[in-house]
Design a protein around this ligand. Structure first.
Ligand code: SIN
Ligand code: FE2
Length: 203
């Protein structure tokens, strides 16, 4: 897990190719295990709009959104506990943010080729001094970084399979989103698309 190309954009620390191919493949297996225990959901906003990503979670809390709004929940809507955060995922957290509390949630976002994620802030967590760590697997994604307030100038960067982004400090409250993914840029997954793991301390 050598960091031969860490870079920083507006406080987002981007550890390029932090994970080698073997580590990425192992994480994909971990994600399959999570999805067997806690199947992917179609997230729906309070207004009834379907999001284009599919989501599931691991850890003490999973982030969900449905007609009641968005929130952290201690169980999958089927009633089962979210599976534990895989050890290999916790290792990435310990490695990159050793000073932080341990994560209580690992959100799994599955982007099929046409999926995107609108500009948003991560702000449903009680302790905003704790970082967010985000792992990219599969096809490249165009990540847009904005400001603490809505709007204004943004900067975009392509995230690749194996990249890990740390959102801490001043970056923690910045808007960000995924404009699009580029299908066919990675053969890590069985089909075109991208998996993103987002680790957070919730309480
Ligand atoms: C997110 O910010 O919720 C996801 C970011 C990503 O998919 O890289
Ligand atoms: Fe986010």
């Amino acid at each position: 897990m050598a960091d031969w190309a860490a870079k920083e954009i507006r406080g987002f620390r981007i550890h390029e190719r932090h994970l080698d191919r073997a580590a990425q493949l192992a994480l994909v297996e971990d994600v399959r295990g999570i999805a067997r225990a806690a199947p992917f959901l179609v997230p729906v906003t309070r207004r009834g709009t379907k999001m284009s990503v599919r989501m599931t979670s691991a850890g003490a809390f999973g982030w969900i959104t449905d007609r009641r709004g968005y929130r952290y929940e201690p169980k999958h809507p089927s009633g089962v506990d979210w599976p534990p955060i895989p050890a290999r995922v916790l290792d990435i957290w310990r490695d990159l943010v050793p000073e932080a509390r341990m994560p209580e949630s690992c959100l799994v976002n599955w982007y099929r080729p046409e999926a995107r994620m609108g500009m948003h802030q991560d702000r449903d967590e009680a302790d905003m001094t704790q970082p967010v760590v985000s792992v990219s697997l599969g096809d490249d994604a165009l990540f847009r970084i904005g400001n603490e307030e809505r709007g204004g100038q943004t900067e975009s960067v392509w995230l690749h399979s194996g990249d890990v982004v740390v959102m801490g400090g001043t970056a923690r409250r910045r808007h960000h989103g995924i404009d699009r993914i580029k299908p066919g840029t990675s053969d890590l997954l069985d089909a075109p698309g991208r998996i993103n793991l987002t680790l957070r301390v919730v309480t």
